[in-house]
Design a protein around this ligand. Structure first.
Ligand code: PPS
Length: 296
């Protein structure tokens, strides 16, 4: 293990342009291991667990801060050093609460994950646990994630934006294909205890989304309390309290973790050709599955 906590057994991979852990060819973040995958397959999901799940850079931290504020009794937040929500699949390290904190935590647990359905603990389906799945349009996700990869020194990221876009549309990035991630989770609905929300909905009307969530997780927040939470998690407010975020050690001079927080930043980055590639390889495939995203 090197000083960053990134495992040495996730070596640099030329094709991916960074350190990466490939599980039977499937790209997972460095720090994950064969042992961790096995642990996830056996992870004891509890009936009162609430999971926040989303492809990276979809607004999962924003969501976790909101949901954490909906109750004082989340066991996971209590046992973390600073009340943050642990990330299921990642190893705990000084800058990030991970798997070990999830296992140890008393109920009810609030847990975050970026895992695609096929790596998510299968015991989910046997319990009444709840999953809030947050999706964000893939063009903004790609821009946001490129910037985070650049700022995360331990992964030795070496790609230009153009090279990253090519890999993103092919699913050759951490957690693999955006389309598969969103569509596989989208196959599950309220009957499976999965609530779907989007980053763009949160931007348009955060109060409505939070009301939907309180109902879903069975909290009886008043309209006034929901409005108060909404106000306290605005981009400007939480940018000023970075410690609430469970994010890896980033060189924030390269790119801040709370970067822009807007819809449509992709327009400042994608060329016409790259935009067409996105439309062909991602947007069309999503539409075929009835998944329509908001891009501006
Ligand atoms: S991570 O690292 O994968 O867990 O990132 P995640 O938290 O899922 O997504 C990070 C992006 O969400 C933006 N963000 C917000 N946008 C609007 N309002 C609020 N309150 C907010 N909080 C976080 C964050 O800035 C990242 O997007 P970009 O486009 O990079 O700014």
């Amino acid at each position: 293990m090197n000083s960053s906590g990134i495992a040495d057994y996730s070596p640099y991979n030329e094709e991916y342009g960074c350190n990466i852990f490939l599980h039977e060819g499937f790209p997972l973040p460095p720090g994950m291991t064969v042992k961790r995958v096995k642990e996830l397959m056996e992870f004891e999901v509890r009936h009162d667990d609430v999971f926040i799940v989303g492809y990276p850079k979809s607004g999962t931290n924003w969501m976790q801060i909101a949901v954490a504020k909906m109750s004082d009794s989340w066991g996971t937040c209590k046992i973390t050093d600073n009340g943050r929500v642990p990330v299921l699949e990642l190893p705990s390290r000084p800058s990030l609460e991970g798997f070990e904190k999830c296992v140890d935590a008393p109920s009810p647990r609030l847990i975050k994950s970026h895992l695609p359905l096929k790596y998510f603990p299968p015991k989910r389906a046997e319990t009444k646990c709840k999953v809030i799945y947050i999706a964000r349009n893939p063009k903004d996700v790609c821009v946001s994630w490129f910037n985070m990869n650049k700022a995360f020194a331990p992964i030795n990221f070496s790609l230009t934006f153009a090279e990253y876009v090519e890999r993103f549309v092919q699913g050759k990035v951490f957690y693999s294909s955006y389309v598969d991630h969103v569509c596989d989770w989208r196959d599950l609905g309220l009957d499976d205890n999965v609530l779907h929300v989007t980053y763009e909905e949160m931007k348009a009307d955060v109060v409505s989304v939070l009301r939907k969530i309180t109902k879903f997780i069975g909290k009886s927040e008043s309209n006034e309390e929901v409005a108060k939470i909404a106000e306290s998690i605005s981009f400007e407010k939480i940018k000023g309290s970075r410690e609430q975020f469970n994010a890896a050690t980033l060189d924030e001079k390269v790119s801040p973790f709370l970067r822009k927080g807007i819809i449509g930043d992709w327009k400042n980055h994608l060329t016409v050709a790259q935009n067409e590639l996105f439309d062909k390889e991602i947007v069309e495939k999503l539409k075929q599955k009835d998944v329509n995203m908001i891009f501006e």
